[in-house]
Design a binder for this molecule. Structure first.
Ligand code: SF4
Length: 179
């Protein structure tokens, strides 16, 4: 059998909903692993991307660790895909962009309801927050955008199978309307 396609996935600033949607392809996962194997992913808990044909990125870019992970994926993935609204346009995490970062931190850690021992965390182990949350195409070049919050399991399946089989990616209407 020919070498399998290698797929890597990463969650940046998101909610893991897009990864859950990938798992929602259910029994089709068995078909997927006939032709593909996973490089680093929360699904197998491998932490660093090795070399992959397809990199799937969930979430926006909210901190310095996200920037590092995203650049690492760009270096090691032949095709990089923005999966879901947060990766495509910043999504829910970008709602903080209308506020000053300092105000967000003070609301969370100093002035918020129920806060005890008010103190903004300042530990070198905690990645520094960026002033704004960015869609991933503002940081690295992206080859495909798969919108939705999350993209449905069916649209993820269509996308992956067409890409793996080398066909132009084309969705039926039922997979690309959001009303
Ligand atoms: Fe979660 Fe939606 Fe963002 Fe995906 S696009 S990470 S489901 S909020």
């Amino acid at each position: 059998m020919a070498d399998k396609i290698r797929i890597a996935t990463a969650p940046l600033a998101g909610c893991f909903g897009c990864h859950m949607s990938l798992l929602d392809i259910d029994e089709r996962l068995l078909d997927l692993i006939e032709v593909a194997e996973f490089d680093c992913s929360p699904l197998n808990d491998f932490k660093r991307v090795g070399s992959a044909d397809i990199g799937l990125i969930e979430g926006g870019v909210a901190n310095t660790e996200n920037v590092e992970t995203l650049r690492d994926f760009r270096r090691h993935c032949r095709i990089l895909v923005a999966v879901g609204a947060c990766a495509v346009n910043g999504g829910i995490p970008a709602m903080r962009n209308q506020f000053d970062l300092r105000d967000c931190l003070e609301e969370s850690y100093v002035n918020g309801i129920g806060v005890e021992n008010p103190m903004i965390p300042n530990d070198p182990e905690i990645p520094l927050l960026l002033d704004k949350v960015h869609p991933i195409h503002e940081v690295v070049k992206i080859d495909y955008f798969l919108p939705g919050c999350p993209p449905s399991a069916d649209s993820i399946w269509t996308f992956l199978t067409e890409l793996i089989e080398g066909r132009p990616v084309s969705f039926p209407y039922t997979q690309i309307h959001y009303d």
